[in-house]
Write a protein of this length. Structure first.
Length: 389
C-alpha cells in the first residue's frame, strides 16, 4: 500500500512535468524551427552553388567537362517524442520510486538533385547572351568595364578575344567606366511601334477585335488602302553617351559613332571590322555562357607540377590579362582565409574574401548563369535523392 501511495502521489507532479516539457517542445518547434531551418538551408544551397560554379571554372582550365546540379527539392521531416521511465524497488525494507521524463528529437532532411543536361541546357550554354539581358545587367552592375570585358566579344568591330590579349578593347572598357563614374553614359530601353500584320480588310475589324488587341497592348492603325494594320510595341535597347565632354567624344570616335547624336540603337551583329563611316547604331556581339566561363578560366592559377606535366590547358599566347578582373588561387592545403574554395585534382582552388574584384566578377558570372539556363531544362533527367539523418 505504501508503494502504491507513493506512486499515486508522485504521478500528478510527473504529469505536470511532462506537460511542461511538451509545451516547451511545441514552442521550440513549429514557427521557430521553420525560421532557423529555412535560413540554414538557404545558406547551404548558396554555398553549394558557389562552390559548384567555381569548380566548373577550374574544370575548364583543365579542359574537363563542366557539370551542374540543380537542387530540385528539400524535404525536412522533424519529429519529437516525450515519455517517462520509472524504477521501483525496496531499499533496506523501504519502498522507493524514481520516475524520470525524457524527450527525443529527430530531423530527417531529404534533398533531391537534378543534373542539367539535354538540348535545352546545351543551347543555353552555347547561345549568345541576349542584348536585353546585357542591358539589365548594366543596371545591376556598378562596373560597366567588367561587364563589357566578360560578356562582349565585339563592339562595333573592336574585338575582345578570350584566348589572347585585347588592349584596344581593354582601353575602350576603361573609357566606358570613366564615363560611367561621371554619369555620362548609360543603357536602357525605348518602346518603338512595330507592324505585326499584313493589311487587314476594314470589314474584318470589329469591336471585339479592337478590345482583344487592346488587352494585348496592341492597336489597329488605318492604312492608305482603307484597311488596317495591327500595331504593337517592342522594347529596343539603346546606348546613351554625353558628347559634351572630351571623354564622351573620344568614346564616340573609338566606336565610329555619329558625333552629333546622343543615343544609339544596340543591334546584334557578327561584324568583325569597324564601320567604314560613322554609324548611328552600335553593333554588339555578345559571348555565350560557355565562352564567359572559358574566358574566366584563364584566371585560374595552376600548380607548377600540373604545368610541367601539361595537365592543364596550354596557353597558345599571352592570353587575356585578367589580373585586375578575376583570379582563382591554388594551394596544396585547404586555405585558412574565409572565401570560396573547392578541391580538385588533389589541390585547393579558392577566391579569398579579401579579393573583392574577383568576387564581383564571379557574382556576375553567376547572374549570367541564372539568366541563361532554362528552368525546365532538367525535366526528365535522372534524379539523385539523398536522405540525410
Amino acid at each position: 500500500m505504501l508503494h502504491d501511495c507513493l506512486s499515486v502521489r508522485r504521478l500528478p507532479g510527473v504529469i505536470l512535468l511532462v506537460a511542461g516539457l511538451l509545451s516547451v517542445s511545441c514552442a521550440q518547434f513549429g514557427p521557430r524551427k521553420l525560421q532557423s531551418s529555412h535560413l540554414n538551408y538557404n545558406k547551404a544551397v548558396q554555398k553549394a552553388q558557389m562552390e559548384e560554379d567555381l569548380l566548373n571554372v577550374v574544370r575548364l582550365r583543365y579542359l574537363d567537362m563542366p557539370v551542374s546540379l540543380s537542387v530540385s527539392s528539400i524535404s525536412a521531416q522533424t519529429s519529437f517524442s516525450v515519455g517517462t521511465g520509472g524504477e521501483f524497488g525496496l531499499v533496506e525494507g523501504e519502498s522507493s520510486a524514481n520516475i524520470s521524463p525524457g524527450i527525443g528529437y529527430t530531423d530527417r532532411p531529404t534533398i533531391t538533385f537534378t543534373p542539367y543536361h539535354g538540348k535545352d541546357f546545351l543551347d543555353s550554354l552555347a547561345e549568345p547572351i541576349p542584348l536585353e539581358t546585357l542591358v539589365h545587367l548594366v543596371a545591376s552592375q556598378s562596373a560597366l568595364d567588367v561587364l563589357l570585358r566578360v560578356t562582349v566579344a565585339n563592339l562595333n568591330g573592336i574585338q575582345n578575344r578570350f584566348d589572347s590579349a585585347s588592349p584596344d578593347f581593354a582601353r575602350l572598357a576603361a573609357n566606358f567606366r570613366a564615363l560611367e563614374i561621371q554619369n555620362d553614359v548609360g543603357t536602357g530601353f525605348v518602346d518603338r511601334a512595330v507592324t505585326l500584320s499584313e493589311p487587314i480588310p476594314a470589314a474584318s475589324v470589329d469591336a471585339d477585335s479592337v478590345l482583344a488587341a487592346a488587352r494585348d497592348n496592341r492597336r489597329f492603325q488605318p492604312d492608305d488602302d482603307g484597311g488596317y494594320r495591327l500595331i504593337g510595341t517592342e522594347s529596343v535597347p539603346f546606348l546613351w553617351v554625353d558628347p559634351s565632354n572630351a571623354a564622351g567624344r573620344e568614346l564616340l570616335d573609338e566606336l565610329r559613332l555619329t558625333k552629333d547624336a546622343t543615343s544609339f540603337e544596340m543591334k546584334n551583329a557578327n561584324q568583325i571590322e569597324p564601320p567604314a563611316e560613322p554609324s548611328d547604331s552600335l553593333a554588339v556581339r555578345t559571348r555565350s555562357l560557355l565562352e564567359v566561363v572559358v574566358y574566366l578560366s584563364h584566371g585560374v592559377d595552376v600548380p607548377e607540377a600540373h604545368d610541367r606535366a601539361g595537365i592543364a590547358r596550354p596557353e597558345a599566347g599571352p592570353g587575356p590579362d585578367l589580373s585586375e578582373l578575376f583570379r582563382v588561387r591554388v594551394s596544396a592545403r585547404r586555405p585558412e582565409e574565409p572565401g570560396i574554395a573547392v578541391e580538385y585534382r588533389d589541390h585547393w582552388f579558392f577566391i579569398p574574401d579579401s579579393d573583392h574584384a574577383s568576387k564581383r566578377t564571379f557574382a556576375l558570372m553567376q547572374a549570367i548563369f541564372l539568366s541563361q539556363i532554362v528552368e525546365d531544362s532538367a525535366q526528365g533527367a535522372p534524379v539523385l535523392t539523398l536522405p540525410l539523418n
